[in-house]
Design a protein around this ligand. Structure first.
Ligand code: SF4
Length: 333
């Protein structure tokens, strides 16, 4: 029996593409790439959308955790970034190359993707698709069932393994044809197309750019920290992160490393702040005033802020007035 693998993000396009091939009696196994940049992870080990889609399609799912490999791509993409810090074309090429290795391992003969011609400016132009095929070494072996009839026939179509007539000719950014096809196929539970990858989020992208600039050899933990709280660049070597709610305060405390400082107001309600880097007297003062800005205060507006070296190092305190909005704006990442 012919076997194919499908890049399954769990979004509607990848579900439909997989389903169109399954309906031709071809065995399909799904592949998903998980990174620290995915915001649909379940317990940090599965993409919840991909898992749910594979279950509903009744196919096996292979998940590859590729955060470290993606760090290099994000730092230095050969084909540049999309509108934020998303190196989509390099990322697609990487995923396709990785999938190509797995294809060989399991004896699959071609790859399915949910790409739609012209849907995304960076990675779903004809030229970008051609580059991805060339650089991944899968020329003629990437089937895009949603746009197939607008593209050169692939090897499985030419060999009659896949019936081209049963594939589609969808193009552009409108999602109407996909939504209509989903309705016809009884697929009614799929995630919103927005979201999924934090690299496309403008706020996260700013924090990521700042991290690459100041700490190019960043770690997984440092990227995890970017997902939480408000971030401030206190100096080229120091940064300060403030929780926005109780849950973030707890997560920040858990993520703090042995060289970090933990700040919190002594007597009033307010956030936890984590200071990272070479903190001197001026940096403690700035961190204290940021904590004061986000804490409850009396008329004097001064509050006592405790700080300690993590975990459980010696504790000290400073009295701080809230930082001015203008200064705060200048520090915000
Ligand atoms: S949106 Fe994110 S995961 Fe998707 S191709 Fe672009 S960089 Fe990669």
């Amino acid at each position: 029996m012919v076997k194919a693998i499908s890049l399954l993000s769990g979004g509607l396009d990848s579900i439909l593409a997989t389903r169109l091939v399954l309906e031709q009696g071809i065995e399909v196994e799904a592949v998903n790439f998980l990174t620290v940049f995915c915001d649909r992870t379940a317990r940090g080990k599965d993409c919840s959308s991909a898992k749910s889609a594979a279950d509903k399609l009744g196919i096996k799912l292979k998940v590859f955790e590729v955060s470290k490999e993606c760090f290099e791509i994000v730092k230095n993409p050969r084909y540049g970034y999309g509108s934020n810090i998303n190196p989509c074309l390099d990322c697609r090429i990487f995923m396709i190359k990785k999938a190509a290795q797995y294809m060989k391992e399991i004896g699959a003969s071609f790859l399915i993707t949910g790409e739609v011609l012209g849907q995304r400016p960076m990675s779903q132009r004809k030229e970008a698709m051609r580059i991805a095929e060339r650089d991944s070494g899968l020329k003629g072996l990437i089937l895009r069932p949603l746009s197939a009839r607008l593209l050169e026939p692939t090897i499985p179509e030419k060999e009659g393994v896949v019936d081209r007539e049963k594939l589609l000719a969808v193009k552009g950014r409108s999602r109407k044809p996909q939504i209509e096809l989903a309705r016809q196929l009884g697929i009614n539970d799929y995630p919103d197309p927005a979201g999924g990858c934090l690299l496309t989020d403008p706020g996260f992208a700013n924090r990521m750019r700042d991290l690459i600039k100041h700490k190019p050899d960043f770690t997984m933990g440092e990227v995890q920290l970017l997902k939480l709280g408000r971030h401030f660049r206190v100096s080229p070597e120091t940064k300060f992160i403030v929780g926005r709610n109780k849950e973030e305060n707890e997560k920040l405390t858990n993520l703090a490393g042995s060289e970090d400082f933990r700040f919190e107001p002594a007597k009033v309600k307010g956030p936890v702040g984590i200071g990272r880097g070479n903190f001197d007297k001026e940096h403690f003062s700035i961190a204290g005033s940021i904590i004061a800005r986000y804490s409850d205060k009396d008329e004097s507006r001064r509050i006592e802020v405790l700080y300690e070296k993590m975990p459980g190092g010696g504790q000290d305190s400073i009295v701080s007035l809230p930082i001015t909005e203008e200064t705060l704006k200048g520090l915000r990442i």
